[in-house]
Design a protein around this ligand. Structure first.
Ligand SMILES: Nc1nc2c(c(=O)[nH]1)N[C@H]1C(S)=C(S)[C@@H](COP(=O)(O)OP(=O)(O)OC[C@H]3O[C@@H](n4cnc5c(N)ncnc54)[C@H](O)[C@@H]3O)O[C@H]1N2
Ligand code: MOO
Length: 352
């Protein structure tokens, strides 16, 4: 029998040669990789080693195996994986399957917006001996999509590390959530003298309609307006009366004397109004709230650029987040679009 001096590297286990291990219980999953063909679990934790397994194990490069020897203050990686996942999960996510090779996946229960408490995730990972990797916060995810994976790093982990992770999750009010997006009833006002008087054909309303339909909403009305504060304000009020619970304006957001859209929005009596975002395209974006009704003022970049601040903020608004100066500033880091020839958003760093 081999000695047990490995204990400092893998506490809670005992090392045997593969032939000595016949009849004992395997302490962890064993992975097999055949390039281009297979990557997965060849032997499952808990498997009782048989004589006929010896050659297969040796083909996987195993001369020795660990069998379990867990102390009272320790946990096996699979038990840790469940505890860690439960510490991380808030609303809208669930565990998928059982731990494989010590790792467990967390998936979205339904379509929605992924929210990660990044400070809490950092504190969790700073504990060492455990880890969690997630998709970026504010990514739109589909039902069943994997949003995070978590595991203990060693095969046997100290219970107090796992308990500290559970505490971080509790204090943070959970770390990973998928929020449902409400289906908005949108009222749109397309501004610009050139559009209203027919000098230029409108290209904005089609963009807005497509993006709202794609996210599950509907357009309750679209008005055209010249660059006239009172006219724009009156159309916004009519759209609210028609049942709109999200208002969108387009154009008239920059520095010309005719750019009056934001004054019309101000005049309607909004409580919160934030003009300007740390995103390109989208610096001249505006978010305001009339009670609970969000108003998004989209500058003309929202018409010609495939992906803009509008795409970053719309899902967050629909997830019930209140958007203000902080939210429009935080996205400055990563807020510069790379303008790729083929846009693959959201699979890109924009807004992350
Ligand atoms: N000197 C500066 N110029 C610009 C600034 C600036 O800060 N200083 N900001 C730039 C930014 S950023 C943006 S974005 C654009 C546009 O902002 P606006 O929202 O004010 O856009 P408009 O002036 O209304 O229109 C610009 C352009 O787009 C055409 N347009 C607008 N709406 C429609 C529509 N529905 N269909 C078709 N075409 C539309 C409009 O005719 C103009 O050609 O300003 C930068 N400039
Ligand atoms: O609001 Mo402008 O991009 O910065 O398009």
């Amino acid at each position: 029998m081999c000695d047990s001096s490995h204990a400092s590297q893998n506490p809670g286990t005992k090392k045997l040669t593969v032939t000595e291990a016949v009849g004992t219980v395997l302490a962890h999953d064993i992975t097999e990789i055949r390039p281009g063909e297979f990557k997965g679990r060849a032997f499952k934790k808990g498997h009782i080693i048989r004589q006929e397994d010896v050659c297969h194990l040796q083909r996987l490069g195993k001369e020795h195996l660990f069998v379990l020897n867990i102390a009272d203050d320790e946990m096996h990686e699979d038990d840790a994986a469940y505890a860690l996942a439960n510490a991380l999960m808030g609303e809208g996510v669930k565990i998928k399957g059982e731990p494989k090779e010590g790792k467990i996946n967390i998936v979205a229960k339904a379509d929605g917006l992924l929210k990660i408490n990044r400070d809490a995730l950092l504190a969790f990972n700073m504990l060492g001996d455990i880890m969690c990797a997630t998709l970026h916060s504010n990514t739109i995810v589909k039902k069943g999509q994997t949003v995070a994976g978590t595991r203990a790093i060693p095969l046997i982990v100290k219970k107090d590390v796992v308990q500290a992770a559970v505490k971080i999750g509790e204090q943070a009010g959970k770390i990973i959530q998928v929020k449902e997006l409400r289906k908005p009833k949108v009222g749109a006002v397309i501004t610009g003298n050139e559009i209203y008087y027919g000098r230029v054909k409108d290209a904005f309303s089609a963009v807005i309609t497509e993006k709202i339909i794609a996210i599950g909403g509907e357009i309750v009305g679209t008005y055209y307006a010249p660059d006239d504060e009172a006219f724009i304000e009156a159309r916004l009020r009519e759209l609210i009366n028609a049942g709109a619970n999200l208002l969108i304006t387009t154009g008239g957001m920059s520095v010309d004397p005719d750019d009056v859209t934001r004054f019309a929005i101000r005049n309607i009596g909004v409580g919160d109004i934030t003009y300007g975002s740390a995103v390109l395209p989208g610096a001249m974006f505006l978010v305001a709230y009339l009670g609970d009704i969000p108003i998004l003022g989209i500058p003309a970049c929202g018409m010609y650029a495939k992906t803009t601040i509008f795409d970053l903020i719309l899902p967050r608004v629909l997830a019930g987040e209140r958007i203000g100066r902080r939210e429009l500033s935080e996205i400055g880091h990563g807020g510069l679009c790379m303008k790729c020839a083929e846009c693959n958003y959201p699979v890109c760093p924009f807004g992350k």
